[in-house]
Design a protein around this ligand. Sequence first.
Ligand code: HEC
Ligand SMILES: [Cu+2]
Length: 355
Amino acid sequence: MKKWLLNWRLFSLFSVMALLLAGCGKPFLSTLQPAGEVADMQYSLMLLSTAIMVLVIIVVTIIFVYVVVRFRQRKGEEKKIPKQVEGSHTLEIVWTVIPIILLIILAVPTVSATFKLADVKPMNKEKRDKHTVVVNVRANLYWWEFEYPDYGIITSQELVVPTNERVYFNLKASDVKHSFWIPAVGGKMDTNTDNKNQFWLEFDQKATDKAGGIFYGKCAELCGPSHALMDFKVKPLPRADFDQWVEKMKNAKPVVTDSVAKEGEAIFNKSCIGCHAVSPVDKRPEQARTAPNLANFGDRTRIAGILDHNEENLKKWLKDPNSVKPGNKMAGTYGNLTDDQINALTKYLMSLKVE
Ligand code: HEC
Ligand SMILES: [Cu+2]
């Protein structure tokens, strides 16, 4: 092959790879841009293990190349056999001890970080500090519920937390196993049906600003056909704003003035209220909470966790949820809606705001 052609091919290959890699590293979803204490710890461990691996690869490669060159068959010396070292105690000790040392270097910080990350004492105290924020996360096919037991409020799909402090989580699932993961901030931790997992995360204010105020969360355990669409968003707020948000949620009530929205409310109260609550203060037991709480639906940035938040997409969702999220638990549970009903419901749902 002509040389310039080969160069050109390599060049395009590397450009495509560079383009692919450029997709990584967005501040709102990359583990490589850690946005809090947990993410920092996890990132340092990644760097450490990568450094050790690269070191091993470099040393082995150098030895390999040296041996290939040094002991190659030379002209006139075809029969020559180099000195044999089989059974050398020194060498055997060297290549046993070095990996042990490397493993210890890796193990000490890993075990220490594991214990730090598992320290959830502040949330389990007999009488919890008033300041400590605890969130009960419940994963469902294919949506997320966030309950704040100390404030008596519930929200869905978008987790709101204070920045620059440890937030504690109780994690569980109501149907199958899922996994709670906010790549830039930390995780992942399984949500199970038969036990409760606990951990904490810290959301850094500066990193939040850099990420545009919102982080992406994901389900990280294959759970069904719409697993890849089981996203949620995280809105970290400065403590004062967070407290305000909690107060607004506690006092939220749908105020419907528009006549079309009123029609929507009537349809909603007939066909949808059995599953969806529109008050964040939902006293029903969790088995009865079979759908996302819609109290602050109008404030959200996504519909069903994935579609951009606008009327057009909401109509698309109400018309045929299955076309958006195959196999979701809302599809086929209410009769066909007419376009007028969908318009009315859209007006009503978009008016559900606390901000
Ligand atoms: C059988 C229970 C059930 C009924 C009845 C039901 N839904 Fe749902 N709805 C769900 C579930 C479950 C989801 C979550 C789907 C997902 O994201 O996987 C959902 C999601 C939604 C969402 C997106 C929520 C979000 O947080 O982004 C909207 C909006 C919605 N439903 C509106 C309605 C309306 C309007 C009606 C009545 C016409 C209705 N639902 C009837 C179960 C139900
Ligand atoms: Cu999943």
